[in-house]
Design a protein around this ligand. Structure first.
Ligand code: SF4
Length: 374
């Protein structure tokens, strides 16, 4: 590893030196990595960083997704999930139905992940009540709920500041926010694909406020549609700069675009090579975000397993029921058991480590944290 001659073949020797010396990579470095024809050269650098941080450990969580409704006031062109009210494919779960789904898992859940569309009618008080009931039902589970886009939507609908929404949700029991809605920060892409949605500045500002209130979040990037590789790199750098200020991001999740049932359905989804390269470059560029997720729902379990050698250290979780990726044609299953995930990780040559939402190890040594390594 770090054999200069090997990387010289691809013009990557200076980048390899920076990785070795733990120096920050520039956007120009990222462009060189994307342009490199040898996937293994890029992947080996990312794997070196991943090994340095976590050795052969690969994380997963026993979680359940709840998509409370797909009714959404926005109409993002990459989204197959959202429907307008009255559409035969729209759905809206009642509080009772949601609690029934969560209760079906007994007390085994470590994390409950709650997201939905920007519903035109449901008031913030509905979500506060819902979170309170989930807490009663699963007092030990970590509630990770509502993207920055949903939070900004609640604020607009209620006519109150984002900080007030965040404070109310935190008081209700939201401990962390997922990273969705970031898509690609490029104004060019957003004006073409999701002009109604919270813009990039708004997303980053909402997340900054959450971090400053002590609410940790994840971050995502939807790639493989009409964005350029440079726009991907600019997205990563925007996240890195915010992380320098707040330190509130826990995990970065590159989301491979699923094309089916969207207005972009004629496009080919990203190839496996593009997925692995994007994950590897994310690991290399995001030197201050602790974890990189190989989200098996979007990638497929097979590509996610290989991604553990390309900079990813987390496999996500049991999920149980997922609608956002599957309505867009994701071919993966809806659910994996703990033992299936452990088997995939072990079969890949890694040690499975069950974690909670903050990557503290679940089980007997629950509070041991690995985040301080970054
Ligand atoms: S991506 Fe989110 S905000 Fe956009 S249409 Fe789909 S559910 Fe609504």
């Amino acid at each position: 590893m770090f054999e200069p001659r090997y990387y010289r073949n691809f013009g990557l020797e200076e980048i390899a030196r920076k990785v070795c010396d733990r120096e920050r990579l520039t956007i120009a470095d990222g462009e060189k990595l994307f342009a490199c024809p040898d996937l293994n050269a890029v992947g080996s650098l990312a794997h070196e960083v991943r090994k340095r941080l976590y050795g052969n450990q690969a994380y997963y969580v026993v979680n359940r997704h709840i998509n409370y409704s797909n009714i959404c006031v926005n109409g993002c062109r990459f989204c197959a999930f959202s429907k307008k009210k009255g559409d035969p494919l729209s759905f809206e779960l009642s509080e009772e139905q949601i609690l029934e789904k969560i209760g079906a898992n007994g007390h085994d859940l470590t994390e409950i992940h709650v997201v939905g569309g920007c519903h035109p009618d449901l008031p913030l008080s509905f979500f506060e009540g819902l979170i309170g009931k989930i807490r009663e039902l699963q007092p030990h589970a970590f509630i990770k709920a509502f993207t920055a886009v949903e939070v900004a939507h609640f604020a607009k609908k209620e006519g109150i500041a984002i900080a007030q929404v965040l404070a109310r949700l935190k008081a209700a029991g939201v401990k962390m926010m997922p990273g969705g809605g970031a898509e690609i920060f490029s104004d060019r892409v957003r004006s073409l694909l999701c002009p109604e949605k919270l813009d990039a500045r708004g997303w980053l500002d909402c997340i900054r406020q959450a971090h400053e209130m002590g609410i940790k979040t994840n971050a995502t990037m939807l790639y493989g549609h009409i964005e350029t590789r440079l726009e991907r790199l600019e997205h990563l750098v925007a996240l890195r700069e915010l992380q320098d200020r707040t330190g509130g991001f826990v995990c970065f999740i590159p989301l491979s675009f699923q094309t089916a049932n969207t207005p972009l359905g004629a496009m080919e989804p990203p190839t496996g090579v593009e997925d692995l390269k994007t994950i590897a470059i994310s690991r290399l560029m995001l030197d201050n975000i602790p974890h990189i997720k190989a989200y098996w729902v979007m990638l497929s379990a097979k590509v996610a397993q290989v991604a553990l050698y390309f900079g990813a250290d987390d496999f996500d979780g049991t999920v149980v029921e997922e609608k956002i990726g599957h309505m867009a044609g994701a071919k993966s299953r809806q659910e994996m058991t703990r033992s299936e995930i452990e088997g995939i990780i072990r079969d890949g040559g890694f040690l499975p480590v069950e974690r909670d939402s903050l990557f503290r190890k679940a089980g007997r040594d629950f509070l041991e944290t690995v985040d301080s390594k970054v």
